[in-house]
Design a protein around this ligand. Structure first.
Ligand code: FE2
Length: 303
């Protein structure tokens, strides 16, 4: 029981039509609902109603991140754990805060990031039949990731927020970058037995570094770059590999300035496995294993 995986992100965009065009035609997500100031989208292999919500606001950044819980009673269990730890929790009924949305609770991390746990999101089906399906639809557009994968946020006190995720929400620490002073510069944590579902790096509270789409393999990372280049989307970091998580990746921006990643690889972990530690001297290799360095632009925070 408990948190299964990242469910959705709600991000701010100052031009709803431009952002929707990018997420629908370049990324290749599918619009499932629309309100005057919000557009709801899902990836082709996702069954739940939405995984990305675009909200019209005159800036960019993260409004909240949602996590899927397995059972309805998980909402009560986490409410108790959060309340006992001194956090204020607000509960919402099914559909109360958006079309297709499940029953949920919301609270703020110590860093101010709004988190939501959701149960019972409407299931609208992926784009395949449930009997004798082909491996993927043949009419996909954009780079068409099958699903959302993880989120990377910034906060002033990585250690404090990492302990919150571990102690109150039961996340498991998989990797960390430790500063020479012993403080955590960055951490990676999971609930889904993968290398990470969320990561934290030192920066301003409430910031979004990026959210990532899963793609199937290293060749698919190349194909994402093909699509982005064709559409004239700026690729911040060409296909490469992380040291931390061992993942393959590339980075780019939506028209609003929200950083996106396409990610694959990594590894499976059991909850009792100890974390991998990277030293401050090897931080560059932890982030970009081949380069061995990470430039300051990549550490730019977006809130
Ligand atoms: Fe990432």
């Amino acid at each position: 029981m408990g948190i299964l995986r990242l469910s959705h992100v709600e991000i701010r965009v100052p031009d709803l039509e431009l952002a929707t065009a990018y997420y629908a035609e370049v990324v290749g997500m599918y619009e499932t609902a629309r309100e005057p100031d919000r557009v709801f989208l899902k990836c082709w292999d996702e069954h739940q109603h939405h995984s990305v919500i675009l909200r019209f606001e005159p800036t960019y950044g993260l409004n909240h991140m949602g996590w899927k819980v397995q059972f309805h009673e998980d909402l009560d269990t986490y409410t108790d754990q959060l309340t006992n730890a001194g956090f204020k929790v607000t509960r919402f009924a099914h559909g109360e805060i958006g079309p297709g949305h499940g029953e949920s609770i919301r609270f703020a991390m110590p860093s101010g990031h709004m988190m939501e746990l959701v149960y019972g999101m409407d299931q609208v089906g992926n784009l395949l039949p449930l009997t004798n399906p082909p491996p993927k639809p043949l009419n996909l557009i954009g780079f068409a990731p099958p699903r959302l994968d993880h989120i990377f946020i910034t906060c002033e006190d990585v250690g404090l927020n990492t302990r919150f995720l571990q102690d109150v929400l039961g996340f498991h620490l998989t990797e960390q970058i430790l500063g020479d002073d012993g403080f955590q510069i960055a951490t990676w944590l999971e609930h889904s037995h993968t290398s990470h579902d969320i990561a934290l790096v030192t920066g301003q509270d409430g910031g979004l570094h990026h959210f990532a789409y899963w793609v199937d393999d290293w060749t698919a990372i190349r194909d994402v770059a093909d699509v982005l280049a064709y559409h004239g989307v700026h690729i911040e970091k060409n296909p490469t590999r992380h040291g931390a998580t061992r993942g393959h990746c590339l980075y780019f921006f939506d028209p609003a300035g929200n950083r996106n990643e396409a990610f694959t690889g990594g590894y499976y972990v059991d909850p009792e496995e100890p974390p991998v530690t990277w030293t401050e001297a090897e931080m560059g290799r932890a982030i970009f294993y081949f380069d061995g360095v990470v430039n300051q632009d990549f550490l730019t925070v977006h809130s």
